[in-house]
Design a protein around this ligand. Sequence first.
Ligand code: SF4
Length: 225
Amino acid sequence: MEESERERRRELLMRAAIATDECRKCAIGYERRNNVYGEGDPCARLMVVGEGPGETEDELGRPFVGRAGQLLDRMLAAIELPRADVYICNTVKCRPTAAGLSGPRNRAPEPQEMENCRSFLDEQIEIVAPEVILALGAPAAKSFLGRDFQITKMRGRWYVGPRDTPLMVTFHPAYILRQTGGEIEAVKRMVWDDLKAVRTKLDETPPPSVTLSNEEEALQASLFE
Ligand code: SF4
């Protein structure tokens, strides 16, 4: 990709981020500390879309920088995609919260909030024009595929996303971190399968990028350490 094109897209994204910063369509727009627009390579081949910013993201104004973000970085590294090469954002740009005993706690975005924020997400997809979208978690999947989407039954296959972009759904890293006992191995295996499918899809289109080595077992084992 030409560097001038990267700069052009970066400029467009910066301008779009200013608009979201000024937006107060939802109540959470008044409650959040920072607007979390998104970050990454403006020419990324892969766009990762999560549900919404959490507490750390709200504090820092960056997506996926808490514990779940660290796991996401390892997931991407396992398919040989450095975080800097990916574009990462969420369905909503403001942190959805609910009252908790010791202050506001994270919650999933409401359908109306995702609808309000959808034009911003669509604009990001239009500018970055990724080759593949990876939706993390049920709310992000539902924002693309409708309210009836059931992640446990319907993840792990290809769908058609905005701009006819191939769309894969997998579990949110925060969900993976919450798993305990026997469930965790099954969830890890499913996520690994989904990540491999993303890598394969990217490798199908030229220019050929790095191919997976024969060390998949080792990568899978180290993925969630
Ligand atoms: S979540 Fe999106 S639509 Fe709602 S106030 Fe924030 S930027 Fe605006």
